[in-house]
Ligand binder design. Sequence first.
Ligand SMILES: Nc1nc2c(ncn2[C@@H]2O[C@H](COP(=O)(O)OP(=O)(O)OP(=O)(O)O)[C@@H](O)[C@H]2O)c(=O)[nH]1
Ligand SMILES: [Mg+2]
Length: 216
Amino acid sequence: MSLVNYATREITCKIVYYGPGRSGKTTNLHYIYGQVPSDRKGRMVSLATQTDRTLFFDFLPLDLGTISGFTTKMQLYTVPGQVYYQTTRKLVLQGADGVVFVADSQARQLEENIESLQDLHANLAEHGIDARLVPLVLQYNKQNLPPELILDMPAMEEALNFRNVPAFAADALHGPGVFETLRGISELVLRRLSGATSSTPSATSGSAVGVDAGRR
Ligand SMILES: Nc1nc2c(ncn2[C@@H]2O[C@H](COP(=O)(O)OP(=O)(O)OP(=O)(O)O)[C@@H](O)[C@H]2O)c(=O)[nH]1
Ligand SMILES: [Mg+2]
């Protein structure tokens, strides 16, 4: 749930990276953490198993700078993708202002992607969030793998993008698509927020400050 504090002119939003196990959610946050200057980020917290599978969540606080006169902060979370962490996924999703669905582009992972997307919708519904309205972007990750192993962008669109939301091809391991995805979801979240508070959404132009930080 976004927090808008008019007294201190601060906005804090929660963005959750969701998707099947090993699709690259934690890798997205690591890449962002590595690129954003230290005065724009807080400590990244990862609760993982010894084999680097997310056990509970990852958490990365980011400062996007001042947008429409408000100090704007994004709190990035990842859920654990492995099927049996259902309860934790639901917990982490609670209060999300926006969701990035990280799909694994490998052809053999198609069924896992579809199941995880259904799981996302079911969990949103249980939180009373309308899945058709919540800001959502898709990321087709691992597009750097050999073409014979992956589905390309149009095939991924066909398989997963029923809501026709913004979608980004990515290689989270090396960076392409990571900040585009973050910028995409930040814009949707801030646009929705500015609609809700009925101020003008010049918000997104300013959001480039923090979201682009690592790319300059
Ligand atoms: N080739 C390639 N490998 C990737 C990419 N993104 C992530 N990986 C690898 O995929 C594996 C899983 O990545 P994670 O980021 O831990 O996946 P996750 O979605 O957080 O997994 P869970 O925490 O189990 O839900 C790691 O070995 C990553 O290095 C990518 O874009 N390309
Ligand atoms: Mg993880």
